[in-house]
Design a protein around this ligand. Structure first.
Ligand SMILES: *Cc1c(COP(=O)(O)O)cnc(C)c1O
Length: 227
């Protein structure tokens, strides 16, 4: 990634106050370090084992974002250092994050992953599941529980399509979920609407994104055997 291209992307995002998470899944430590040396500190990973190895071998001031599907039984392996878990898609997972965060005497920032795409295969909550989950969180907070987590906002992936209007619709829907979240749990000061990847971050920016997750634009395309 040439310095000028990285700077250009940062400038584009910066004028709108959008934060950049560099998605480094499948990329080696050496390539992450190159971007680190240009000043990038937020990196996103999808696989627990891969994340743990990279975290061990890279500078301690990197803020790691978990963006892949996370099994509850793996939370304990990343709870001591993870900066933000963007892929919370069940109450069970959220409660486990809370438990492991408290064990580590920290609060972990969480994003609720919403299913906004047409594809069946993508993970995430639908609106009904979101409402149920939030009712539980609000009730827990009222009794002084769930202090190990902060609901920092929501995340979603749009459909893989060239149809701009579909993507716009999906991002606009996620943006209104974000508004609802802020109102429903004001104590958490939700500030993160994570939407937009290489192919659709410009549309996401127009729809109110505050954080984009970009991989291939920064690191080059992943090979077909990589996910
Ligand atoms: C891989 C991935 C990205 C980055 O995708 P690119 O198209 O390479 O920018 C963003 N978000 C999630 C959840 C991903 O899994």
């Amino acid at each position: 990634m040439p310095f000028s291209a990285y700077r250009e992307l940062l400038e584009k995002l910066g004028t709108r106050g959008i934060r950049l998470v560099a998605v480094s899944k499948t990329k080696p430590v050496s390539e992450i370090l190159e971007l680190y040396e240009l000043g990038q500190r937020d990196f996103g990973e999808n696989y627990v084992q891969e994340l743990i190895e990279k975290q061990r071998n890279l500078p301690g001031d990197i803020r790691w974002h978990f963006i892949g599907h996370l099994q509850s039984n793996k939370v304990k392996n990343i709870a001591s250092f993870i900066h933000m878990i963007q892929s919370v898609d069940s109450m069970k997972l959220l409660l486990e994050i809370d438990k492991q965060a408290e064990k580590n005497h920290r609060t972990i920032d969480c994003l609720l992953q919403m299913h906004i795409a047409r594809e069946e295969t993508k993970f995430g909550l639908d609106e009904q599941e979101l409402h149920r989950l939030m009712e539980t969180v609000v009730a827990l907070r009222e009794t002084g529980k769930a202090k190990g987590i902060r609901i920092a906002g929501c995340m979603g992936m749009a459909s893989l399509t060239d149809n701009r209007e579909i993507i716009q619709q999906e991002f606009t829907g996620l943006s209104s979920v974000f508004g609802w979240l802020k109102k429903t749990l004001p104590t958490d000061h939700a500030d993160t609407l994570s939407m937009g990847m290489t192919s659709d971050y410009q549309i996401a920016a127009e729809c109110g994104s505050t954080m984009v997750r970009i991989g291939s634009l920064l690191f080059g395309p992943r090979t077909s055997t990589e996910k």
